[in-house]
Design a protein around this ligand. Structure first.
Ligand code: ADP
Ligand code: ASP
Ligand code: MG
Length: 403
């Protein structure tokens, strides 16, 4: 007997028919003698619809109230699916995060799981019940509901798998695995049999929403046996693991992210400690910064540009303006019409020329690069938002279609 965590995304539970289909997959796993913990997302576009409703009432609603609202979507899914399981004769119980005891910090809308209590879930499993847990949500030390960031149900699933030392964590979704690129942008993208945690972490962090980046981080840390597969077709998916046979292309995939914005601080003083001041202020405000570029500087001033998530742009501007007296810059310039395209692959570590090949593809497509950023296994470029999909196709074709 094994313990298996199965997570189903929004499209997999979007209506009654899909819920019954999911219940059948769960029932099959349960009847094979396994203990099953199920994590569900909100149905279809529920989360977006709830955001729409909130915006009608107050576009600047507090993050605490947004979490209170958005967490309801997942609760509907688990209750409905438990009813479907009851109906087909499988004992099941649905639980919200506060009932399980999924504890997080208090960063509303982007909370991190700190601990998961075992007692309640273990007790239910011992009674041979399928335990359905609402994804995306947790509770902070005051008992308030938090959410884990968009796409966060994947992280709920992996955190549960890690905590309960599950034998397998299956992420069921609307694609049948992880591809070399989002198949919605590049229809001839190839399905990968396996990908390393590190590569998947980079892809997810650079916009491949097939897995929430923090879920991959946790899977790597706790050696969770992770798999992405289709909830609609029964066939092998993609395994995410420590080591994978290297692809001849040297790269595992291409990702895009259009949720970035660029902030430029113009006319900063050219003194030690300036960068420290800027980024510690942003850090204290829980604003994550990605690509950073500092200009060489003219005379005694310099510019620092960096990217943030679009949702944090207003807050970032506010923090900087509020501290203008301390930071002593001339002005802040922002651009939210940019996008990021990245290639990721462990193979680029030992192969020169991978970055050049990407830049060649962009040159041939006539696309201008605004900023470049790299890690050991990734190259990212910032470009005009309108060029992003074309860039993705050109770069993917360069690596995967050319002989
Ligand atoms: P779920 O609702 O099941 O969590 P998501 O929409 O979050 O599903 O993630 C699945 C989607 O991720 C796919 O429909 C696909 O368009 C997109 N995607 C982006 N990059 C990739 C990739 N490299 N491989 C597979 N799917 C990808
Ligand atoms: N329902 C949440 C969202 O749409 C969480 C998830 O689907 O993983 O972001
Ligand atoms: Mg998702």
């Amino acid at each position: 007997m094994s313990l298996i965590v199965q997570k189903f995304g929004g499209s997999s539970v979007r209506d009654t028919q899909r819920i019954f289909h999911v219940a059948e997959i769960i029932a099959e796993t349960y009847k094979a003698g396994n203990d099953v913990i199920v994590v569900l997302s909100a149905q279809g576009d529920t989360t977006d619809e709830l955001i729409g409703k909130a915006n009608e009432i107050n576009p600047h609603a507090s993050k605490r109230e947004m979490d209170m609202l958005l967490s309801t979507g997942e609760q509907i899914s688990v209750a409905l699916c438990a009813m479907a399981l009851e109906k087909i004769g499988v004992p099941a119980v649905s639980l919200a995060a506060w009932q399980v005891g999924i504890q997080s910090n208090s960063v509303h809308s982007d909370a991190r799981i700190k601990r998961i209590d075992e007692e309640r879930v273990r007790g239910e499993l011992n009674q041979r019940k399928v335990v359905l847990v609402a994804g995306f949500q947790a509770v902070n030390k005051n008992g308030d509901v938090t959410t884990l960031g968009r796409g966060g149900s994947d992280t709920s699933a992996v955190a549960l798998a890690a905590s309960f030392q599950a034998d397998l964590c299956q992420i069921y979704t609307d694609v049948d695995g992880i591809y070399t690129c989002d198949p919605r942008i590049v229809p001839n993208a190839r399905k990968l049999e396996a990908i390393t945690y590190d590569e998947m972490l980079e892809l997810a962090s650079q916009g491949a929403q097939v897995l929430h980046n923090r879920s991959v981080e946790l899977a790597k840390k706790y050696h969770v046996n992770l798999e992405v597969l289709s909830s609609l077709e029964k066939k092998p998916g993609t395994k995410v693991k420590e080591v994978v046979k290297m692809e001849k292309t040297n790269i595992a995939g291409v990702a895009k992210d259009t949720s970035v914005a660029r902030v430029a601080l113009v006319g900063l003083q050219h003194n030690p400690g300036v960068a420290f001041q800027v980024f510690s202020l942003l850090g204290k405000a829980n604003i994550n910064v990605d690509v950073i570029i500092q200009s060489i500087g003219r005379g005694d001033t310099k510019d620092i540009s960096f990217t943030v998530h679009k949702k944090d742009l207003e807050d970032a501007q506010q923090v900087l303006e509020d501290n203008k007296d301390v930071l002593k810059f001339d002005h802040v310039a922002v651009d939210d019409k940019i996008g990021k395209v990245s290639i990721v692959g462990a193979g680029m570590m030992s192969n020169a020329g991978v970055a050049a090949k990407m830049f060649e593809a962009l040159y041939e497509a006539g696309i201008n690069i605004q900023m470049i950023n790299t890690s050991e296994i990734r190259v990212s470029v910032l470009i005009d938002e309108n060029d992003v999909d074309r860039a993705v196709r050109a770069v993917h074709a360069k690596f995967f279609d050319e002989p």
